[in-house]
Design a binder for this molecule. Structure first.
Ligand SMILES: Nc1ncnc2c1ncn2[C@@H]1O[C@H](COP(=O)(O)OP(=O)(O)O)[C@@H](O)[C@H]1O
Ligand SMILES: [Mg+2]
Length: 269
């Protein structure tokens, strides 16, 4: 029997005053599928991600159940979280620069992360880092690994994060607006890298974006967030053919205008 990677049951987020910032979300994510989550800024996409990964600030509380490969993450202690994050579930964020220590070379950060989660030697970690960088088309990986984060572009750092994910082979990758800070050409390139991650590595992926035009290129299923609520969750084809919620219809109507440049690049025009 194949276990679903993620089962979310009635997940909510409330603040200390009892206000509900995330209305109950339930969904099942089978292995090797890519779920796209779209919704305007402030609709609750990142809150949901943080709730899944135990990253909410102390002022907010998550309720419900988040089963990852059958075990409930919401009851994880600190040590269990350290093992889960990175190795089992990997998070790729919008601002890749913020994910790296500005004072450490990328080589040291790469090796430190790999050593934390595996029992490989430093030399083996370095070799694996170079291989993974080559897989995401970073040229001269040894030289790039010798750099500090600020010496690379946003797109290169985002590829570094994807390379680290390739090395750790987590069962689930969550990418929260991974291309939002990048220009259109780099966006298309990074999206291509995520496709490789999903297809070649057979990762299960949650890809979050405010841009439906981007998500359609990668997602098998799409969930739509609106004002703290998941208002729609369909296969990509069905969402296109028969959108149920008025906000989804609005997204479909405005998609062409918002994403025309990006889509032209994806289409090779
Ligand atoms: N730490 C917090 N404390 C209180 N409210 C928050 C906090 N983080 C986010 N919110 C609120 O929750 C809502 C959803 O935010 P978020 O999930 O970050 O949106 P997005 O869909 O853009 O990722 C917003 O109204 C935001 O103001
Ligand atoms: Mg967000």
């Amino acid at each position: 029997m194949i276990t679903d990677v993620l089962t979310i049951e009635n997940l909510t987020v409330t603040d200390n005053a009892g206000n509900r910032l995330l209305q109950p979300v339930s969904l099942i994510l089978p292995p090797y599928r890519t779920l796209g989550i779209v919704g305007e800024s402030g609709s609750g996409k990142s809150l949901m991600t943080k709730a899944i990964l135990g990253l909410l600030p102390d002022t907010l509380q998550a309720h419900g159940r988040v089963l990852f490969q059958g075990k409930d993450l919401l009851i994880n202690n600190k040590r269990q979280w350290q093992q889960t994050r990175g190795k089992e579930i990997s998070l790729i964020i919008q601002n890749a620069m913020g994910a790296f220590d500005p004072l450490m070379t990328l080589k040291d950060q790469f090796i430190e992360t790999l050593k934390y989660h595996t029992c490989m030697s430093r030399a083996d970690c370095f070799q694996l880092a170079c291989q993974c960088l080559e897989r995401v088309s970073i040229k001269q990986p040894e030289q790039k690994l010798g750099c500090l984060p600020h010496q690379l572009s946003g797109g290169q750092l985002q590829r570094m994060m994807i390379a680290m994910t390739l090395a750790l082979k987590p069962a689930l990758v969550i990418a929260d607006e991974p291309t939002t800070a990048l220009d259109s050409i780099t966006q298309a390139d990074i999206l291509h890298q995520f496709k490789l991650l999903a297809e070649e590595q057979k990762s299960t992926l949650i890809f979050i974006s405010h841009d439906l035009g981007m998500v359609q290129h990668i997602a098998d299923d799409i969930a739509v967030m609106y004002q703290g609520q998941m208002v729609e969750h369909q296969t990509t084809e069905l969402l296109w053919a028969a959108p149920q919620h008025r906000y989804t219809r609005f997204l479909l109507e405005t998609r062409a205008r918002l994403s025309s440049k990006f889509n032209a690049i994806m289409a090779g025009e």
